[in-house]
Ligand binder design. Structure first.
Ligand SMILES: Nc1ncnc2c1ncn2[C@@H]1O[C@H](COP(=O)(O)OP(=O)(O)OP(=O)(O)O)[C@@H](O)[C@H]1O
Length: 290
């Protein structure tokens, strides 16, 4: 495990808030991922995890707050965020189903190739050199993710677990310093999940930090150096897996038992008090009319 303070911060989110009309999906969230760390982001359904990912990767412009990567503020433009060094996968697989496995990885490579459209059209020597290097790197990534021998298969013909691997290979093709994985083991069987754990560790061993949303707690607590818990858009707790695992607020959030100071609890108490007052008033009215 990597201790939090041991490596410099890579990604820093400060006071990130995301509102959709009257709904605050993420509220004043601070999050830091350090170099070579594996950080888990957990929380019940609808807690705001994917919304926060979308704020970190430029898909959404946060209503408030900032996101920096290696000390530079990130623009809210996904392709510029990828260029800066952050890659991601999505909760629902987003491959190009009619393209081959190799072509899918090459698409992920384009942010790292400097040859412009003109050079590509002319297919000059610069373009051919870049193309050869990209193809070589794509094959390396297929080997690395366990898709050796699948380069010419159509993406849609891969079994589900391999499609997930391909998404990761494509994300790695942009040579990121930080990889964001949104529920990488969703729908996987236990063997595939264990293989994904090994892959995430191997990715970190290559020097890439990982921020992962996952509902599989065994995956999170086996793998992560640091875990942050979101509940109703707010960061409830963060720390090392052992601390988070035994925190009564986290247990309550998952089991649905309210605890002192829980997000939304003040509002719930107000509603309860108003309901009690209304019931009392109704009873008093009934007594008077008798
Ligand atoms: N584009 C949007 N417009 C309006 N509301 C949204 C939008 N995206 C998310 N929400 C709402 O924001 C809240 C947080 O959703 P989000 O998908 O971020 O949660 P999550 O923690 O990723 O949930 P899950 O674990 O189920 O994927 C939910 O109430 C959701 O309905």
């Amino acid at each position: 495990m990597t201790t939090v303070a041991a490596t410099p911060p890579l990604l820093t989110a400060t006071g990130v808030t995301m509102r959709f009309g009257g709904l605050t999906a993420v509220r004043s969230c601070d999050l830091t991922v350090h170099e070579r760390q594996i950080v888990g982001l957990i929380g019940p359904n609808g807690a705001g995890k994917t919304t926060l990912f979308n704020c970190l990767t430029g898909l959404y412009t946060p209503t408030e707050g900032t996101v920096t990567y290696r000390g530079t503020r990130l623009p809210a433009k996904p392709h510029l965020v990828t260029q800066a060094g952050i890659a991601r996968t999505f909760q629902n697989i987003r491959l190009f189903p009619s393209m081959t496995v190799l072509e899918n990885v090459l698409v992920g490579r384009h942010t790292r190739t400097k040859e412009g459209l003109f050079s590509a059209l002319l297919r000059g020597p610069g373009f051919r050199r870049a193309e050869t290097a990209s193809t070589q790197r794509a094959h390396e990534l297929l080997d690395f993710t366990g898709l050796h021998g699948k380069a010419d298969h159509l993406a849609r013909n891969l079994p589900y677990g391999e499609q997930r691997k391909l998404e990761i290979a494509r994300a790695l093709a942009s040579d990121p310093g930080l990889l964001l994985l949104d529920e990488p083991t969703a729908g996987m069987n236990p063997q595939e999940t264990r293989a994904t754990e090994r892959l995430v560790l191997a990715i970190r061993d290559q020097g890439v930090a990982v921020l992962v949303i996952e509902h599989d707690m065994r995956f999170i607590f086996n793998l992560c150096d640091h875990v942050a818990v979101l509940v109703q858009g707010e960061k409830l707790v963060e720390g090392d897996p052992r601390t988070v695992q035994s925190d009564e607020r986290v247990i309550a959030a998952y089991l649905g038992t309210p605890y002192e100071g829980a997000p939304g609890q003040a509002e719930a108490s107000e509603v309860e008090a108003a309901e009690a007052e209304a019931a009392e008033a109704e009873a008093a009215e009934e007594n008077e009319s008798r």
